[in-house]
Design a protein. Structure first.
Length: 199
């Protein structure tokens, strides 16, 4: 009798502890971080059959975390559908912090390069549909030029000034909403952070 009471008490306790562990992991997202010291220039991750890539590109189009003063650089974020079915992605992940730059020393907000989303007069739907193995890459330069403009749906009505010498960072706290076979899903337990240097 005593043994069965202990089992009955232990099972709910064990379940509540397991539940607490799951809640904690959802509240504190995993951070994937790179820096000039790491020697890695590209963040890659696959979650729930969606493959993500985040990096900064130099003027030659190569991923980098170190740039010369006055050199333009471009933000690049892509996602690939590795499901066997098509997915529809909405753009909640493009929030006010998307591609935003901060000075590392004191977290001063240096702004973001893009000024709007879906702001061009276009008959395309306000969502992104990806067939299996398809990839969508969003790029946006820090300084707009004739040959380097943001990829739709990002818009850029004005250009930024070049960044001064120093250490900076940019990050994406993922809030990725997509639908597959009429079922809605969200990937929100990841954060990508790039530390970079202007020298």
């Amino acid at each position: 009798m005593r043994t069965s009471i202990i089992k009955i008490i232990s099972i709910p306790l064990l379940l509540s502890l397991m539940g607490a562990g799951c809640k904690k992991s959802k509240e504190s997202p995993s951070v994937l971080e790179i820096s000039p010291k790491s020697g890695i220039t590209l963040i890659q991750n696959e979650t729930d059959s969606i493959e993500f890539e985040f990096c900064l590109l130099n003027e030659k189009g190569q991923p980098s975390t170190v740039f010369n003063q006055g050199e333009n650089f471009t933000f690049s974020f892509s996602f690939k559908n590795n499901y066997r079915d098509s997915i529809i992605v909405t753009t909640e992940f493009i929030n006010t912090d998307f591609f935003r730059v901060y000075l590392s020393q004191n977290n001063i907000d240096m702004g973001k390069p893009w000024t709007g989303v879906w702001c061009n007069y276009n008959l395309q739907p306000l969502e992104i549909k990806l067939e299996p193995t398809m990839n969508k890459k969003l790029t946006c330069p820090w300084i707009r030029t004739v040959n380097n403009i943001p990829v739709y749906p990002l818009c850029m009505s004005e250009s930024k000034d070049p960044l001064d010498q120093g250490e900076y960072y940019t990050s994406i706290g993922l809030n990725f909403h997509y639908t597959i076979k009429s079922k809605k899903s969200i990937i929100s337990n990841l954060k990508f952070k790039i530390n970079f240097k202007i020298e």
